[in-house]
Design a protein around this ligand. Sequence first.
Ligand code: KIV
Ligand code: ZN
Length: 504
Amino acid sequence: MAGKITIFDTTLRDGEQSPGYSMNSAEKMHFASQLERLKVDVLEAGFPSSSKGDFESVQMIAKKVRNVEVAALARTSKEDIDAAWGAIKEAAHPRLHIFIATSDIHLQHKLRLNRDQVVARAVEAVKYAKQFTNNIEFSAEDGSRTDRDFLCRIFEAAILAGATTVNLPDTVGYAIPSEFVDLITYIKGNTPNIGKAILSVHCHNDLGLATANTLAAVNAGAQQVEVTVNGIGERAGNTSLEELVMALHTRKDYLPYFTTINTKEIYPSSHLLAMITGIPLQPNKAIVGSNAFAHEAGIHQDGVLKNETTYEIMEPATIGLKANRLVMGKHSGRHAFKERLRGFGYDLSDREIDNLFQRFKELADKRKEIVDEDLEVLIAEEILRVPDIYKLQYLNVISGTATVPTATVQLETGKRVQQDAGFGIGPIDATFNTIAKMTGTRSKLLHFSIDSLTGGTDAQGNVIVRLEEDGIQTLGKGTDPDIIVASAKAYINGLNRLEHLKQK
Ligand code: KIV
Ligand code: ZN
């Protein structure tokens, strides 16, 4: 009989803590709802003791998400466990996730503790957490580089203290699949009470082996896998949810396991995450990259036209990739618009729909056809954005071969409207220089990218900027059929996000 594999998603914790992937609380909440639609079993919402912002977003997710277990991460200290519990106590199904490093390298150089002390801390922490919930996961950080017998010893002690899941992380992505199988087999054979807990694995992708190691572990008896959407996570990332799930789904003949993931929500989840974080996927990313189902070579195209199974091992529809996109235009009514938003899975208030509909009409006046990508960006700009401190009122830019690029900008800051002009070496430089002067920002522009949302010369330009000020980094997004306006919007959105982060 096929065994169920528990999907523990850590996109909002391990994924979000990696550079460039930070999200604001509205974005996290929105993504958590998508994870619920995807039907993950456990959603790790964050690390509440790490900041006030993290605590609040974990708390918000815990209150809202009802059908998925919500986990919060904690070190072994009482303060950490109190914070984690404080954030998730109102969840329908809370889980405390406690970790401590177990490898000699970490013990000597990081913790400066001996093995007995580490076991004592783990046991004390699990027992302390037990007063709050019975659903406790214990992780042995750097587990794959830990002495095997010590690993069995600490897992046995954690289970005895009350842990219901024990997790083996390949924290630095060092393991090799066959070696990882040996380790899982050893743990199962040498931890006397292992049958009383769920055995989990958590792999990183430093050698590009995270999915392979996770699958190997499943085959060796792991019952829970820790994954992230698009494989985001520390350094080279974590095991990718879509790769793992689709490998199990596609190769059921060889791998007798199942998950309860709604595979049709895989592509929407991946796409939503890329949109929220502003970090696009590499085209050849397995399962969800833009080339994953594209056939370029003549022989392949010929084969697929005769029969898809010649070169396609999965059907695009299985992951929710739609072949036919619904196109909307300026004659589309509010009702059709509302239905389309519902189709994306958004549950919006009447006021939000009214605002969005207004923006949709403005856009439809400029563009003939509005496709899903345009609508998603509208939602991201209207619903997920932080409240504006600065708002663009007016922009006029002069540039060309025989003129010094000049920008005239009108900005609204609260009730005040200010206007100024400035120069630059190009139209975008002139615009950014003027906005920087008006807002008095000291931020550095780390990254600027421009992309078109769809094909065609009337496509909307989608601009992403990354800004840094006093060690705080943030992202800004702006979309408009005019790419200079899109750039100004992205820059101002970045400045707004920086201000909010500074106030936290
Ligand atoms: O990689 C790791 O070791 C972790 C643990 C906190 C589970 O993320
Ligand atoms: Zn990790």
